[in-house]
Design a protein around this ligand. Structure first.
Ligand code: AMP
Ligand code: MG
Length: 406
């Protein structure tokens, strides 16, 4: 593609996705301990080192017995067995259970040889070394070796984002260290003469800068490492300095602002003169002017400055791309909901309206709470979803459509 994109040409979201997917960010692996594994991404498949459970054990506090000894037991006619030993969790019994005998057993303790069932303590009465049973024993209170997981079974796939439950499974299956993807370093640069940091006093014409904070959090939500730098004024020289610095210490650069048709849209200007543009402008609403390319060989996303636009482009384009780099495909949060209002279409454009989705007691419904202006950050916090509609298609009231939960 020539460096100067045609000013009247927008590509489809699918084309944009194809182009981003064709750029692979090299990603390394590192070994970490499971204490540090929360929210890290597995870089290799994991197989269990053990059976879970590793041995047959009791799921109840009670007595390990021989079922045929207990069949006749009732409240009125209890049967009596002689207690030969007590098996605590973490110990084993050396005895082989014979007919007429019982082993007192705790939850998690191994089933002694000869026993085939458990009677829970609530259905018994102990007198000295004799136990009375008021009910036949239960075979399903034995948890059998390997019934949860068998040794060498594939338990977690490469690309899995490790949450506490996954880490529990790693521990159960004997893994103390695992291989994960190194976090990508992603530099975030906001541009605009009008932007100042919250906390300072606004002068006429100024607004508080917010995109860099949003993008920093969104990068963390993809489990990578954000490097948020100070706002760059609409100065080509300043931007060049920051971009050059970013190429040295990051894997990806995300800018916000300066990619439209304005006189001071410096990200577009500098990319046209000194960068490599792979696409500019997508048929989506909000967020149509994003730019993607390379600066000094490093991938760079130029997001639009409007807060709703930059958020939406991150969610629909950057996040899926980052997920594909770490093979993390299976955690999409797309649900179906009924629209409570019409959503306007725009020829060829995909509309990502910010909607609120809730269960109204009968079904999932979606509606907008605020106006959909791309500068309205409040539309993001009063919503929990984005409408996913095909290109050129709006939504009709009562239609059931896909919603991406945000
Ligand atoms: P631009 O894409 O630079 O033309 O900016 C579009 C709109 O978004 C303008 O109203 C900017 O003031 C606003 N804007 C740009 N960057 C930011 C930012 N980092 N935080 C909040 N608003 C921004
Ligand atoms: Mg600007």
């Amino acid at each position: 593609m020539p460096n100067q994109p045609q000013s009247n040409y927008f590509i489809s979201l699918d084309e944009a996705k194809e182009i981003t997917q064709s750029i692979k960010i090299p990603i390394k692996e590192e070994i970490i301990t499971i204490e540090n594994a929360h929210n890290r991404i597995l870089s290799q498949d994991i197989f269990s080192k053990v059976n879970d459970p590793p041995f047959d054990n009791s799921s109840m506090d009670g007595y390990a017995v021989i079922y045929s000894d207990t069949i006749q037991a009732t409240n009125n006619n209890p049967i009596e067995l002689k207690i030969i030993d007590t098996i605590a969790a973490g110990t084993t019994s050396k005895n082989k259970l014979q007919s007429g005998f019982a082993s007192k057993i705790m939850t998690g303790a191994p089933i002694p040889k000869g026993a085939d069932s458990i009677i829970m303590v609530e259905k018994t009465e102990k007198k000295g070394q004799i136990v009375k049973l008021f009910h036949p024993s239960f075979q399903n209170y034995i948890r059998f070796k390997g019934e949860n997981i068998s040794k060498d079974q594939l338990i977690l796939q490469k690309g899995t984002i490790l949450t506490p439950r996954h880490i529990g499974l790693l521990a159960t299956s004997g893994h103390s260290k695992i291989s994960v993807f190194k976090k990508l370093k992603i530099t975030i640069i906001s541009t605009g003469d009008e932007l100042i940091s919250p906390g300072k006093k606004l002068s006429p014409g100024q607004i508080y800068e917010s995109n860099s904070y949003v993008l920093e959090g969104l990068v963390k939500d993809t489990f990578h490492f954000p490097i948020r730098v100070d706002v760059v004024q609409d100065s080509i020289k300043q931007l060049k300095t920051q971009l050059d610095k970013a190429t040295l210490n990051s894997d990806l650069i995300i800018t916000s602002g300066g990619v439209s048709m304005g006189d001071f849209d410096i990200v577009r200007n500098i990319m046209e003169s000194d960068g490599e543009i792979l696409f500019w402008r997508i048929k989506i609403k909000p967020g149509s002017p994003p730019l993607f390319g390379k600066w000094n060989g490093k991938p760079i996303f130029g997001l639009p400055g409007n807060p709703a636009s930059s958020f939406v482009v991150f969610k629909i384009l950057i996040e899926p791309w980052l997920k594909s780099i770490t093979h993390s495909f299976n955690n999409n949060k797309i649900i179906k909901a009924k629209l409570l209002e019409d959503i306007k279409s725009k020829a060829d454009f995909q509309i990502f309206n910010r909607v609120y989705v809730e269960n109204n007691g009968h079904e999932m419904v979606a509606f907008t709470k605020t106006h959909q202006g791309s500068g309205n950050i409040n539309s993001l916090t009063t919503s929990n979803g984005l409408t996913l509609l095909p290109p050129g298609v709006g939504g009709a009231k009562n239609e059931i459509i896909d919603i991406l939960l945000i």
